[in-house]
Design a protein. Structure first.
Length: 121
């Protein structure tokens, strides 16, 4: 199980261990990919380029991005995740990372839990 929190402004976060540091990631249920990571992590993660993809953003605009595969520790498992790298300090955790989990957010208590419900990927 992964425990997280909800910020004062209502944003759900979980801590992710990536490249030897702990990063706060926004749990973005409107993002159906795996992860969007800061460019500063790209060299440390040794990603494998797999191609370009077009993403449709919430405002209706589309962006074309490079997609990479990386191995990421997640809930005591190594996950092979398709990621994009952006010029930002913010990490986004998308719903593809949650496919084996149940997401529980308690906004009044400002808590979050990701509970693994499927043993395999």
């Amino acid at each position: 199980m992964i425990r997280g929190h909800v910020s004062d402004d209502g944003t759900p976060y979980v801590a992710l261990p990536i490249a030897g540091s702990t990063w706060q990631a926004v749990v973005d249920t409107g993002f159906n990919g795996y992860l969007e990571l800061p460019l500063v992590l790209q060299e440390q993660l040794h990603p494998t380029f797999v191609g370009r993809a077009t993403s449709r953003l919430a405002g209706g605009q589309s962006v074309e991005e490079d997609v990479f595969l990386v191995n990421i520790p997640f809930d005591d498992h190594m996950i092979r995740a398709a990621v994009t790298f952006v010029d930002s300090d913010e990490l986004l955790l998308g719903t593809a990372m949650l496919r084996c989990h149940q997401l529980r957010i308690d906004f009044p208590m400002r808590s979050l839990e990701l509970v693994r419900t499927v043993d395999h990927e």
